[in-house]
Write a protein that binds this ligand. Sequence first.
Ligand code: ZN
Length: 211
Amino acid sequence: MKIALTFDDGPNHTTTLEVFELLKKFHIKATFFVIGNLIDESTSKIIRTISEYGCDIENHSFSHSFMSHQSREEIAEEVQRTSDIIKTITGKMPRFFRPPYIDLSAQMFEEIPLIFISGKGVEDWVDEVDANERARRLLETVEDGDIILLHDLEGNHKTVKALEQVLPIWIEQGHRFVTVSELFFEKEQTINAAKGILFQNRNDSELWQPN
Ligand SMILES: [Zn+2]
């Protein structure tokens, strides 16, 4: 099975680095959806190191707001600013966007020229969901082509603990870990930023519709 592990809400000096240490330990790659306004002189070094290792750095907005409440100009600015920062640090322009809170609007699809990604999560932002439960859900959930949505937000140590349990099992089972761009572009297929399409698995997409 091919799986894309993804981490939202970094970069920071705690969990982002712990996750990165684990990836190195198991010789695997992942994708980090970063928040623009958390990138400063010191966290940009973390991003550069992670990118040089082979992970992808993608866009999770500048201010992590509920973007369906923003104007067209604000939406465009949120994404462009963050993409420009990432390009400056890594030399690579992001191709994927994860909407904060998976909060969506028609305007967002019109203004954001990136592929929208959601993913399968295990409620790893909920403190009551402990590391064992996160691990159990991860092992139960995973399917070929999955985008696994986790969080390297500051202090989210339970997710690191869960991955310490799960990664050796997945590796033993023979799964391959790819970045989101490898998951989508490996077969020379081109997926365009189609309006209203949100991917949670390489093989499945949902069409977003206004309520
Ligand atoms: Zn987020």
